[in-house]
Ligand binder design. Structure first.
Ligand code: SF4
Length: 319
């Protein structure tokens, strides 16, 4: 990881119209930076806005408010030419390797498609590149002529990774890339992503709900709750010095491999359901479930502040 910021979210909001004049606030005022060569983990409960933020940072969604800065330059996603150029730099590996590959296309055509769209290389060179990418992700060159249904889940995810790498991106959003895979092959895919990062200097936003995996692969981790980042720190700092009440509850649910320590662990249960992103609580979004909420929490929303070098928290009770 370097000190150079590659991707920056500057007060990014993403809202969706849902009819009746109402808006779903999927992402709310997110500020964060991802450094070149870094893996930033993004965690939180289902529906907290992780995938929407990931898709906004790689240009699938246009922010409703705020700016997306890439390599020091604001990306205007309403400009077709700029959006197309940005698509070459930022790619995504989807959660579901079954749904994300077109069953009518051969593996070779799936991997080659991005190169053709971006007019990279001649036909012969593209074929060579497909073969090279299949080698890189641990598949056979002969697999180029087969169809997705002929592969296992882990192999399909390798095809998805080869497709993402085909146009030589710098930034990859890994959107729960192992959640749909058997536990036995999750580690293989994680190790592959890790090796590719070292080899190609890639930058990852790694979205996941398995907190042990996120800790293993990430340099820093951001915790999201109801569309906002509530805590951000290096992986070790977040796990050893958790400060936000929501992060504490989330991390207390992570199983410890040692059965004795696991038996002694105090698990913090969060009462109630996640509030609707259509009708968020006033003040701190976590105030309706927070065990230590006070009156101030229900009046005004806390800002994400740096409470010690590199450790940011959005909570009135942490400073
Ligand atoms: Fe809990 Fe208040 Fe902190 Fe929000 S600001 S997390 S409600 S203590």
């Amino acid at each position: 990881m370097t000190d150079e910021v590659l991707v920056r979210a500057d007060h990014i909001c993403k809202y969706f119209k849902i009819g009746g004049g109402r808006m779903l606030h999927a992402v709310e005022d997110v500020n964060l930076s991802i450094h070149r060569g870094e893996t930033l983990g993004l965690v939180g409960e289902s529906g907290c806005g992780k995938s929407t933020l990931g898709r906004t940072l790689m240009g699938i969604y246009r922010p409703t408010k705020g700016r997306l800065i890439y390599d020091g330059k604001e990306i205007d996603l309403s400009n077709k030419k700029e959006r197309f150029a940005f698509a070459k730099k930022a790619q995504i590996v989807f959660q579901d390797p079954y749904a994300s590959l077109d069953p009518r296309m051969t593996v070779g055509s799936i991997i080659e498609e991005g190169m053709a769209i971006h007019n990279l290389y001649d036909a012969k060179k593209r074929q060579e590149r497909v073969a090279e990418l299949l080698d890189i992700v641990g598949l056979n060159r002969e697999h180029a002529n087969r169809f997705p249904h002929e592969f296992s889940g882990g192999q399909r995810q390798r095809i998805g990774i080869a497709r993402a790498l085909a146009i030589e991106p710098e930034f990859i959003v890994c959107d729960e890339p192992i959640s749909a895979l058997d536990v036995s092959i999750q580690a293989q895919v994680i190790n592959l992503l890790h090796d590719l990062q070292k080899r190609m200097g890639l930058t990852y936003l790694f979205i996941a709900h398995d907190l042990n995996i996120v800790r293993y692969i990430s340099d820093r981790i951001a915790v999201m709750y109801l569309g906002s980042v509530v805590e951000l720190a290096s992986s070790d700092e977040l796990y050893t010095n958790t400060l936000h009440p929501y992060s504490k509850a989330l991390l207390s649910a992570v199983p410890i491999p040692d059965p004795q320590q696991e038996a002694k662990k105090q698990r913090q249960i969060i009462d109630g359901d996640v509030p609707s992103p259509i009708n968020k609580p006033h003040g701190c979004a976590f105030s309706s479930r927070c065990p230590v909420a006070c009156e101030k929490c229900r009046q005004c929303a806390p800002e994400l502040k740096e409470v010690k070098p590199g450790h940011f928290v959005a909570c009135h009770l942490v400073d």
